[in-house]
Design a protein around this ligand. Structure first.
Ligand code: SF4
Length: 702
């Protein structure tokens, strides 16, 4: 139908995992205005700089408006026929594992659902991974090891109810700004509340911290192991909780007990005085929330770091009660929704496990699918290596720009250049990745597409369209369903709209689920379009009887076979040897006003004005050694020999021995500043998440 004019449309911000509610309106002239939704439980009307500038990032500039085949305009029929035929031919000749989908936490849950169904149930491979692998895969793996499912046990309100909030590897002030505003407001109203920031950098988030631990990169594993031992030695263990609802504490303690205080100081880079102060604060405070983000996840030991944190909350029984619990801060707007439908190479659908034959049988029967993937597919880093060595011969990339965002990004570019068939669905025509596409499919963007997203606290909200689709752009779920039909699966992909997809997803979540699986939105099975359009934000689970759960695990009920949580024994990694040639540790991350590779936020002059160009934050002592002055241009060279040129920013907020470079600038906006070309592709062996915050580099004057 025609887009609504001058009507308030309730939708959700497409940037970070806070998932703020937005009220958007387009007038007769097409001018869009946005404001925060005062009734949305994530933000109660607040928006950050990125959310409030959403209207400035719309418009036709740079958009992909029609399908292209080999750079030439093509009809949808011709493009879709070609995609279906090439995927089918490749599978026939080389088997299902010769094709892959690489998706994005920007996709809506309905898009993800259709992609996952096509790949795992009809193609028969699990080669479907996503840029969420770069964002929260370690949290998923840690949750599954400890809880038996990828369950986030806490909610946003807990931040406001806590007496101590510990922020680990999170620049919440810039990366989850509205959540930070909620925390800052709660602390202002209740000054006795304490905030501890654990981060190698003294970021804007530290401004409200009572204690900042400038930790060595990856020192957090040793820190939380040390905390677990301290809790045991000072009688802070909740013996009743531990004996009723958990197993494995002695083994976890044995693994954690190796370090002396001096060794702990060495491993963490934190003084004994500050360590003791943190341990005492944690030990003595009952209402503790520990939030963790990419500083924990983006590491070779990310999963172990997550479990070291979960161990401390399980040991004290501080989980699932108001103001208590671990809370993984999801980076992307719909990384959670993607997890729910199994949009990762090692998950199935509705939080069922790919490795579980009973779950595989459930899903195959529900889908009435001819096959079901029976082994994990290739995770992001491995997937692009398989493209490079020819095992993957056809890949469909949706809504993401891996030529900029993947580690060792030039190797990803080279891999795609040699891949026999690359399909890219994107809203922008000229991204670094779209330029390598044999087939480019124009996708619908924020304001044009409809569906659902899930935020960090398990809250599902609608994104609603209020703008006409530009040119011939189409929704991602539609593109996937059309290709599935052309591959011979018409009867299984006959969706008339996103509400059909959501209704099926909801039915699958409840299918033969007697409460033994965490994810359940069965109350919405078979939902009609009208009810779907009227959907208010809600937290899952939402079971068929209408009951929901804001918090998990206060009284056990974990999703393991014996319903007990698992302590996971983890040991701190050895300190890395200093490298003569690449003596500095490179940390990459976001700045306040840009998102990912800037394909949207780069359109806003206001957002671009906050920090106008890429930079390298370096401690004055390191700069001095290299003869670098403030604002000098510098070469940052990685261990792979590749280098970028950015401006030096001398700051004591940066720890000596490490530098920080933002990840947003692309080949288009700053060809010399694609920092992920330097980043090593080393990944956590359990989660497959790349260590995007710990590459070796040297910095010299340009
Ligand atoms: Fe959007 Fe995140 Fe800002 Fe909320 S905090 S307005 S979701 S970018």
């Amino acid at each position: 139908g025609l887009p609504p004019i001058d009507v308030d449309i309730k939708t959700t911000c497409p940037y970070c995992g806070v998932g703020c509610g937005v009220i958007a309106k387009a007038d007769q002239q097409g001018t869009v205005s946005v404001r925060g939704d005062p009734n949305h439980p994530a933000n109660f009307g607040r928006l950050c700089s990125k959310g409030s500038a959403l209207a400035e990032t719309l418009g036709a500039e740079g958009r992909a408006l029609y399908p292209e085949v080999h750079g030439q305009r093509a009809s949808w029929d011709a493009a879709l026929d070609l995609v279906a035929q090439r995927f089918k031919d490749t599978i026939d000749a080389h088997g299902p594992d010769s094709v892959a989908f690489y998706l994005s936490g920007q996709l809506l849950t309905e898009d993800y659902y259709v992609a996952n169904k096509l790949m795992k149930g009809f193609i028969g491979s699990a080669n479907i991974d996503t840029n969420s692998r770069l964002c929260m895969a370690s949290s998923v793996a840690g949750h599954r090891r400890a809880f038996g499912a990828d369950t986030v046990p806490a909610c946003y309100e807990d931040l406001e109810l806590a007496d101590l909030v510990v922020l680990v590897g999170s620049n919440m002030a810039w990366c989850h700004p509205v959540l930070y505003q909620r925390l800052a407001a709660a602390k202002a109203a209740r000054p006795a509340m304490k905030v501890v920031v654990i981060d190698p950098r003294r970021t804007a988030t530290s401004d409200i911290a009572d204690l900042h631990l400038a930790i060595r990169a990856d020192g957090d594993l040793a820190l939380f192991n040390g905390l677990l031992v301290y809790l045991a030695e000072t009688g802070a263990i909740d013996e009743t909780y531990v004996s009723n609802y958990t197993s494995g504490l002695p083994e976890a303690l044995a693994a954690a007990s190796h370090a002396s205080l001096a060794e702990l100081c060495e491993a963490t880079g934190v003084s004994a005085i500050l360590l003791r102060r943190f341990f005492r604060l944690f030990g003595e405070t009952q209402k503790v929330v520990t939030c963790y983000s990419q500083g924990v996840n983006q590491s070779c030991v990310g999963t172990d770091k997550v479990n070291a944190i979960l161990n401390c909350h399980l040991a004290t029984g501080r989980i699932g009660c108001p103001g208590m619990g671990p809370l993984s801060l999801t980076g992307q707007p719909n990384a959670m929704g993607g997890r729910e439908v199994g949009g990762l190479a090692n998950m199935l659908a509705a939080h069922m496990a790919l490795e579980n034959p009973v779950h595989r049988e459930h899903v195959q029967r529900f889908w009435n699918a001819p096959v079901i993937a029976h082994k994990a597919g290739l995770k992001a880093v491995d997937m692009f290596e398989a493209v490079a060595d020819g095992r993957i011969k056809a890949i469909w990339i949706m809504s993401t720009n891996p030529v900029v965002s993947m580690p060792d990004a030039d190797a990803v570019k080279a891999a795609l250049q040699t891949c026999p068939f690359v399909v890219v669905s994107d809203i922008q025509k000229d991204t670094d990745t779209a330029r390598l596409a044999h087939v480019l499919l124009p996708a619908s963007g924020w304001g044009e597409k409809s569906g659902t997203v899930t935020n960090t606290e398990r809250r599902i909200s609608r994104q609603r369209s209020f703008l006409a689709l530009p040119g011939e752009a189409r929704a991602d779920w539609w593109q996937l369903a059309e290709v599935a039909k052309r591959m011979g699966f018409r009867a299984h992909f006959n969706y008339s709209g996103p509400s059909d997809v959501y209704a099926e997803h909801a039915a699958l979540s409840a299918f033969e689920n007697d409460g033994e699986r965490d994810f359940d939105i069965g109350a919405h099975a078979g939902i009609d379009t009208e009810a779907y359009d009227a959907l208010l934000p809600f937290q899952w689970p939402l079971r068929q009887d209408g009951s929901s759960t804001a918090r998990f695990f206060a009284d056990g009920g974990f999703f393991t076979p014996d319903r007990k949580a698992r302590f996971v024994p983890v040991t701190a990694p050895a300190l890395e040897e200093a490298s003569e040639w690449h003596p500095l540790t490179l940390n990459t991350g976001r700045i306040r006003d840009h998102w990912h590779t800037m394909t949207r936020t780069g359109k806003s002059a206001r957002l671009s004005a906050h920090i106008a160009e890429p930079f390298c934050e370096i401690h004055p002592a390191d700069a001095d050694k290299a003869g670098i002055g403030d604002a000098d241009l510098v070469n940052v060279e990685g261990a792979n020999g590749r280098s970028i040129i950015v401006r030096a920013l001398l700051t004591e907020r940066q720890m000596p021995g490490s530098v920080f470079v933002p990840m947003h600038w692309t080949g288009e906006t700053a060809p010399s500043a694609r920092v992920d070309t330097l980043v090593s592709s080393r990944a956590d062996p359990i989660s497959g998440q790349p260590a995007l915050k710990m590459s070796r580099v040297s910095v010299t004057r340009h």
